[in-house]
Design a binder for this molecule. Structure first.
Ligand code: CTP
Length: 402
């Protein structure tokens, strides 16, 4: 999955011959899962039509502060466009636009949007050889980078003028992979390894029956996806669950029983930076597992249970450098019980959900949590989708490890 998946890309097109390549660029962004809006300088429309870019981006293309053709002369809000974007890409970026960007000139919608944007801005210069080498262009390139903009360097080759040299806009594929690499290198969990437990465990009674619970594994899978999308390599140790997770940074380790989950966790624990135990592990298992299916009888049946190993507690005892996070699912005296678990299991953070809160718990698609850290600082969140909750949990961890 591309790091651009789900990102909002604002593409600014200026008046260089390389503008014809922006059709491919828009296609590539869309293919990588990004949402794209395009703004053009008025003169760039001589090189590629707004209709082409609008069709490919599946969004209207704007180039003026208001659309004259519209009956009501609708104003194109540059501030809104600038704030909408997760990243802005100016390609091709001509000498003229680069110079105006350097000096804060905003005599068209693209430039005004650039000045309003708070997101990272990438620019791909494109111009003729001598323009590219000119002292004023070099000064623009340097200034723009010193402002924090990211340059996608021009390449060498045959230019539209027939001259051969530096100044060609990077190819669309190279622009996309440059941005992907840059974004990946800046992800907050880049280089970090995360161990995650999720789902229920099944404790066998006989070859066909087990003791289990209603955990779906969804909360843990959402945490895995969020951590991976922020650059972490995730070891997801998951009990029986129908959830699917597809991400090149997530290694799924399927287990069935608490014992198997315990063993798998201890294989990975030493090499991880963060461990998060969201699994609903069975606290007890049948002491003796029947090797044959237990036959029905008239008399009542008792199954003797013995405790399983507490995985989270064992990780707390073995803790060295790891940041350890547990969950607490409570029905009463929630904060007291959660705080006890935080201390007794040597945790850095505990995520509490109360079954008294409607929509919370381990079976549905939503959750409502309170996060408490080892200094007993706590934060209560609204009822949210499990995806949103996973972002809150990771944000709380990031605040404490960086
Ligand atoms: N946990 C675990 N191994 C177990 C039991 C629990 O790793 N055998 C972890 C869970 O993944 C969770 C935390 O411990 O992160 C708390 O689980 P919970 O069921 O709320 O609490 P318990 O410690 O089992 O205590 P109780 O059931 O009495 O509330």
């Amino acid at each position: 999955m591309s790091v651009l998946q789900g990102k909002k890309v604002l593409l600014g097109v200026t008046a260089g011959i390389a503008a014809y390549k922006t059709a491919s660029l828009v296609r590539l962004f869309i293919k990588s899962g990004a949402e794209v809006q395009v703004i053009m300088t008025p003169a760039s429309k001589d090189f590629i039509t707004p209709l082409t870019l609008s069709t490919l981006s599946k969004n209207p293309v704007h180039s003026t502060f208001y659309d004259q053709e519209e009956e009501n002369e609708l104003w194109n809000n540059h501030v809104e466009l600038g704030l909408w974007a997760d990243l802005m890409v100016i390609a091709p970026a001509t000498a003229n636009t680069l110079s105006k960007m350097t000096n804060g000139i905003c005599d068209n919608l693209l430039l005004a949007t650039y000045l309003s944007a708070k997101c990272p801005v990438y620019f791909a210069p494109a111009m003729d050889l001598d323009m590219y080498k000119h002292a004023s262009t070099l000064s623009s390139l340097n200034s723009l980078q010193s402002f924090g903009n990211i340059m996608i360097p021009a390449t060498s080759g045959e230019l539209a003028s027939g001259l051969v040299g530096e100044g060609r806009m990077a190819e669309p594929e190279d622009i996309v992979s440059f941005i992907e690499k840059d974004m990946l290198s800046k992800l907050p969990l880049k280089g970090k390894k995360v161990l995650l437990t999720a789902g229920p465990t099944y404790e066998a009674i006989d070859p066909v029956r087990f003791i289990g619970n209603h955990s779906s594994g969804k909360m843990g899978c959402e945490i895995a996806k969020t951590a991976a999308s922020l650059g972490a390599e995730v070891f997801l140790v998951i009990g029986p669950s129908h959830q699917t997770v597809k991400h090149s940074l997530i290694h799924r380790i399927d287990v069935t029983s608490a014992e198997e989950m315990y063993n798998a966790c201890h294989v990975y624990y030493n090499k991880v930076d963060i461990a998060i135990c969201s699994a609903a592990v069975a606290d007890y298992r049948p002491k003796n597992v029947a090797t044959q299916k237990i036959k029905k009888k008239e008399a009542s049946l008792s199954i003797e249970l013995e405790p399983t190993k507490d995985i989270l507690k064992s990780l707390g005892e073995a803790k060295k450098h790891q940041f350890l996070v547990g969950f607490a699912l409570e029905t009463n005296d929630e904060k007291v019980n959660a705080t006890k678990k935080l201390t007794s299991k040597n945790l850095d953070l505990i995520v509490l959900n109360s079954l008294r809160d409607k929509g919370a718990g381990f079976a549905g698609d939503t959750n409502k949590v309170t996060i408490i850290d080892k200094n007993l600082d706590e934060k209560t969140f609204e009822l949210k989708s499990k995806q949103e909750v996973s972002k809150d949990i990771i944000a709380q961890i990031l605040e404490r490890i960086s």
